[in-house]
Design a protein around this ligand. Structure first.
Ligand SMILES: *[C@@H]1O[C@H](CO)[C@@H](O)[C@H](O)[C@H]1NC(C)=O
Ligand SMILES: *[C@@H]1O[C@H](CO)[C@@H](O)[C@H](O)[C@H]1NC(C)=O
Ligand SMILES: *[C@@H]1O[C@H](CO)[C@@H](O)[C@H](O)[C@H]1NC(C)=O
Ligand SMILES: [Ca+2]
Ligand SMILES: [Ca+2]
Length: 425
């Protein structure tokens, strides 16, 4: 057992609670599942075998024991508006540090390619870097997130693990908040299989703040895990086309850990079939003039690629793309060649629907057989009625008629008027 017990009981008084706004769902925190190795980054530690939760701490996985290999733990913390986040490290700090080819320690403190703790001033992996930490000395810098958000990521590779770290953070009133607008233009699309992304209106809503210079709007799209996101950009007009420093749209898949899969700052954009079920879109604009002339709209849709869509209970677009059945005839295009919407108007009429069924000939045969049987049944009952009538008072009149098969073709009304005429005579 390590002699250095983690600072489990730290009373951080006068701390504003974590605010929750509808725009940024990552900020809603609840006690995580203690069996998840990443729960320690969310403040859960095992103390004498019992999980202890302190949301104002974050530690390496498995702390106070050695951290685990192949971990990627992420947490985003958020302060109430007007506060900034300060981080303090405790006890010890031991994260694998880079060795160069001769085995000498590299002096570059920021270069930690194997294992590291990464802190950013903002809620995303593309937010400004505060530092990437590794090695054996407690980070002594004044670590603070002035945007009111802090991105915390711990990464370890598959070899060499060390003691790790534990840290506490607190919220302090910010007298000079430099990025008051971070996280203010965030939109989540997490529940649907398809939808519109209206970037033009989002950018418009930022125009009311005249003092705002740079702005960043972010959309997070998530579809069920077994599917992927297809993004189709219908309209793409940037305020300053081909000026990548002034405006751009970046597309990230999975998380924002890695570089964007695409950075768009030209005059056009096409559709993108991503290979992940989550997607982040980041639209950067330098100033309000640029924002005023920005018009971008996109649609997203869940899809998957299989040789045989029906084996995965999906609808086939006819081109190896498969989509969930709910997206067929929902009034939106979800197949690249619109197959999911092409037959919908016709299919509303039942007989057209019947024609599209593969077992239509079978139904046709059944219907024809049924009609023939009905006719035969009607005919035989008719004969029976006629036989009964033969014994009645109309016997003489009926016996003068042609055989029953021919009578059937004569309209009943004509028959009855003739009867009436006969009786009135
Ligand atoms: C906004 O940025 C563009 C491109 O750099 C520049 O041409 C324009 O003058 C700027 N407008 C304002 C109001 O600063
Ligand atoms: C696709 O899968 C379904 C269900 O498993 C099967 O009935 C069908 O024959 C398969 N089609 C092809 C072209 O393999
Ligand atoms: C995208 O959504 C808009 C609004 O619902 C719609 O008008 C447009 O046709 C859609 N585009 C595609 C390719 O589905
Ligand atoms: Ca390692
Ligand atoms: Ca559709």
């Amino acid at each position: 057992m390590s002699p250095l017990l983690p600072p489990l009981i730290i009373s951080l008084l006068m701390m504003p609670s974590l605010a929750s706004t509808p725009s940024f769902s990552d900020s809603v925190e609840s006690p995580p599942d203690a069996s998840d190795p990443c729960s320690s980054i969310h403040g859960v530690l095992l103390h004498r075998g019992e999980p202890v939760y302190d949301p104002h701490t974050f530690s390496s996985p498995n702390y106070p024991l050695q951290y685990l290999s192949k971990q990627d733990c992420l947490r985003v913390i958020r302060a109430t508006k007007g506060y900034e986040i300060h981080v303090m490290f405790r006890n010890y700090f031991q994260i694998e540090r880079t060795y160069d080819r001769r085995g000498a320690l590299k002096e570059d403190y920021m270069d930690c390619p194997n294992d590291y703790l990464e802190l950013r001033d903002g809620p995303y992996g593309f937010s400004p870097l505060i530092g990437r930490y590794c090695g054996n000395s407690l980070p002594r810098d004044d670590i603070r997130a002035r945007s009111g958000y802090m991105w915390i990521r711990f990464h370890s590779d598959d070899a060499l693990e060390y003691g790790g770290f534990t840290a506490t953070f607190e919220f302090r009133l910010a007298y000079d908040q430099v990025y008051p607008n971070v996280g203010a233009c965030h939109y989540d699309h997490l529940d649907g299989l398809d939808g519109d992304i209206d970037m033009t209106s989002a950018v418009r809503s930022q125009l009311s703040d005249r003092s705002l210079r740079e702005s960043e709007c972010v959309w997070r799209v998530e579809v069920p895990k077994h599917l992927k996101v297809w993004l189709s950009i219908d309209k793409f007009i940037l305020g300053e086309p081909n000026q990548c420093h002034a405006n751009f749209l970046e597309i990230y898949t999975g998380n924002t850990f890695d570089k964007p899969v695409k950075k768009l700052c030209g005059a056009s954009a096409a559709s993108i079939f991503t290979s992940h079920h989550t997607l982040y879109l980041r639209l950067f604009t330098l100033n309000s003039t640029v924002r005023q002339n920005t018009f971008i709209s996109a649609n997203y849709s869940a899809y998957s690629r299989h040789k045989n869509c029906s084996m995965f209970s999906l609808y086939s677009c006819g081109d190896e793309n498969c989509i969930p059945h709910q997206l067929v005839c929902n009034g939106r295009i979800n197949c690249p060649y619109q197959r999911d919407e092409n037959y919908c108007e016709k299919e509303k009429r039942w007989y057209m629907k019947m024609l599209h069924l593969s077992y239509f000939p079978l139904i046709l045969i059944i219907v024809v057989v049924f009609i023939i049987i009905s006719i035969l049944v009607l005919w035989t009952t008719r004969i029976c009625r006629c036989t009964n009538k033969e014994s009645s008072t109309y016997l003489s009149e009926l016996s003068s008629r042609p055989p029953p098969g021919i009578v059937m073709n004569a309209p009943l009304s004509a028959l009855s008027t003739r009867n009436n005429a006969n009786s009135s005579q």
